[in-house]
Design a protein around this ligand. Structure first.
Ligand SMILES: [Zn+2]
Ligand SMILES: [Zn+2]
Length: 364
């Protein structure tokens, strides 16, 4: 196993990928003493696009684009409410529906944590191509954006964590209860409506990913990944209904509909809020075991529920570590899988902090 380097610069977040120097506000590290925990003002980007040609999406600020984001947030939520009502009021939930909800959540959630986050964003390990493609595909099915966009946002989050330039910090608003609530909303969901990305930023933050044909192909055809992730469970539900004792057109249609709601919309809703809680809750509630230049926290609930991502203070202290649950009792399912892949010879260059590095950053 390789050891991680101290995260003193943006390059350390990505194990050697040199990002351009940040703007006049400096790196999160250099800002820490003046602004730690009390950053005020509106969040802004250091690379705000100068003109429309510079934008990744031509219609970036249009109402249509905001409606797409609104739909991505709201429809899964409606699906979750519908699933609960159908189960509660009409008993319309099968073991298959529950399996698709939980199984789909685990698979696509791990796609985000293992594939998008630890493998692509931080390069905390490398793996054989089928493994890389599998976890990247699972991540794409989580409906959290294409891999290059996701990694771009996340690398920027680490570079400016909880300081101006961080896309989704809960601490970029003034004090008081109302502003705290606004900060929470911004970090959990609201930031997506305000995000404004330029092609220059993509080139700056994810130059290494822009040469990968598989990632670019997902980028180009992302809408079909969204369609697939909703229709696959509907298809599974419909096929399973064909093997029931009495088969009618209605019974197949109903099973497909329930598959769509439980395994599609409700599952996407669950995955979304698990990931978004890392950006919001895990920068507010929990313990700070290691020194880091932000307000990241270790939160046991999301450590367990979010496949290890809730050990977020550990992660900000050692961004390139493949293991986030650094203590034996800090359950980290993503790490267990990465370690298993390494033991099987399917993954390598697995990075971990050394005991000395952990001691140096420990707050105790
Ligand atoms: Zn964070
Ligand atoms: Zn990260």
């Amino acid at each position: 196993m390789a050891s991680v380097t101290e995260p003193k610069s943006s390059a350390a977040l990505t194990d050697g990928i040199i990002l351009e120097k940040p703007g006049p506000q400096g790196t999160a590290d250099t800002l820490a003493p003046e602004t730690n925990g009390n950053v005020v003002g509106k969040p802004r980007h250091d690379d705000d696009p100068q003109n429309d040609e510079d934008l990744i999406f031509d219609d970036h600020n249009s109402t249509a684009r905001k409606m797409v984001i609104l739909g991505t947030v709201v429809f899964p939520l409606i699906g979750m409410v519908a699933a609960i009502v159908l189960a509660w009021q009409f008993g319309m939930m099968s073991w298959l529906n529950l399996g698709m909800l939980i199984g789909g959540w685990y698979l696509t959630g791990l796609g985000i944590t293992i594939g998008y986050h630890r493998m692509l964003t931080h390069r905390s390990f490398d793996a054989v191509t089928p493994v890389r493609w599998f976890w990247t595909s699972m991540g794409a099915l989580a409906v959290e954006g294409s891999p290059t966009d996701w990694c771009m946002v996340h690398r920027k989050h680490h570079q400016f964590s909880d300081h101006h330039g961080d896309p989704h910090s809960p601490h970029l608003h003034d004090g008081g209860l109302w502003n705290s609530l606004k900060g929470f909303w911004h970090s959990h969901t609201g930031w997506m409506f305000n995000s404004n990305w330029s092609k220059r930023e993509r080139q700056k933050y994810v130059p290494d990913l822009m040469n990968d044909p598989f990632l670019i192909s997902i980028d180009k055809h992302y809408v079909w990944w969204v369609v697939a992730t909703l229709l696959i469970p509907a298809f599974i539900g419909g096929i399973a209904a064909l093997f029931a004792e009495s088969v009618t057109v209605m019974s197949v249609a109903q099973a497909a509909g329930l598959g769509f709601i439980w395994g599609g919309l409700a599952r996407v809703c669950l995955s979304h809020h698990m990931t978004w809680s890392i950006n919001s809750i895990c920068h507010i509630f929990g313990s700070r075991d290691f020194k880091s230049s932000d307000d990241s926290r270790n939160n046991i609930v999301f450590g367990v529920l979010s496949h290890g991502e809730g050990w977020h203070n550990n992660h900000h202290a050692f961004p390139t570590s493949a293991r986030h649950g650094l203590k034996w009792w800090q359950f980290d399912l993503s790490w267990i899988i990465i370690r298993s892949l390494e033991i099987c010879g399917l993954a390598w260059d697995v990075k971990l902090p050394t005991a000395k590095q952990m001691e140096y950053r420990s707050r105790k």
